[in-house]
Design a protein around this ligand. Structure first.
Ligand SMILES: O=P(O)(O)OC[C@H]1O[C@H](O[C@H]2O[C@H](CO)[C@@H](O)[C@H](O)[C@H]2O)[C@H](O)[C@@H](O)[C@@H]1O
Length: 264
């Protein structure tokens, strides 16, 4: 299909191949509204209802997130058919099965634990340190004036320890130097699907968009749709890279609910 597409055109094109289509979703800011406390967020209830219904018509549904799989499993406990890719693909779990961790990342667990402890000691107490076993996220949402302090600390630690830095919405994350990102996840997880949608809100999701584009370029029969969930923090960068833009996780819930009727 020649771009730009409308939502109606995109779902219509999907309906002819729904059984060969994968729906990929980012979590924070896409399925769940952003809030100050990362530990308490939940997906929008109506999204969960729509995902359940869509799972019956599409080939597969997967979450591709920077969160650990355990966190995602807790949120998707009622939807074991949803595949989970956590920590940018360093962990995954399929069909409610065990969590598999990328072996190359395992030796980094002690360094990450130590890093989180030092972050709590060395950074201002207003910075929220989120230890995720294989990565550490440093949040300044409740104290935006600390952004440059946190970024400078993270950059210095990344250089000192040989870690990778991932920027996000009022957060910077330190990760092991293991090749894994949302683009790589999508490139591998698409498998032999004939169609895929990716929904995301943050800069790390652009790599997933690019992976769909690359697949489309390599396979003219493949149909990919990239959807941005808009927000003032990532601004135009994600929206510009997408085919379609939605206003919020709540708008995504309505969008998916409408799609059920087209795909059935
Ligand atoms: O890949 P994602 O699922 O989108 O995860 C990205 C980051 O999401 C979380 O942080 C973001 O959401 C928090 C809760 O709403 C918010 O407080 C924070 O400001 C956002 O950056 C998560 O806590 C991070 O670990 C993820 O990297």
């Amino acid at each position: 299909m020649t771009r730009p597409v409308t939502a109606e055109q995109a779902w219509k094109a999907t309906s002819g191949r729904a059984g060969r289509c994968v729906l990929f979703f980012d979590f924070d800011g896409t399925l769940a509204p952003v809030s100050d406390d990362p530990t308490t967020v939940q997906p929008v209830a109506k999204v969960m209802v729509a995902i359940d219904a869509l799972a019956e018509v599409v080939q597969r549904i997967a979450i591709v997130s920077a969160r650990p799989v355990d966190f995602l499993r807790d949120r998707f406990a009622t939807a074991p058919h949803v595949d989970l890719y956590g920590l940018y693909g360093l962990e995954h779990s399929h069909g409610g099965g065990e969590t598999v961790t990328e072996p190359a990342a395992l030796p980094w667990i002690p360094a990450m634990e130590e890093l989180a402890t030092r972050a709590r000691t060395e950074l201002p107490t207003a910075v929220l340190v989120e230890y995720k076993r294989l990565s550490v996220a440093l949040h300044w949402r409740t104290s935006p004036q600390l952004a440059s302090t946190v970024e400078a600390w993270a950059t210095a630690e990344a250089e000192r320890l040989g870690l990778r830095v991932q920027a996000g919405r009022m957060v910077v994350e330190l990760k092991p130097p293991v090749d894994s990102d949302k683009g790589k996840v999508i490139g591998e997880a698409i498998g032999s699907a004939g169609c895929a949608w990716y929904f995301g809100d943050d800069v790390s999701d652009i790599k997933a968009f690019n992976a769909l584009r690359a697949r489309e370029a390599a396979d003219p029969d493949f149909f990919g749709v990239c959807v941005a969930v808009a927000n003032p923090e990532t601004g135009q960068e994600v929206a510009s890279a997408a085919d379609l833009t939605l206003d919020s996780p709540e708008a995504l819930a309505d969008f998916l609910t409408d799609a059920i009727h087209v795909l059935r």
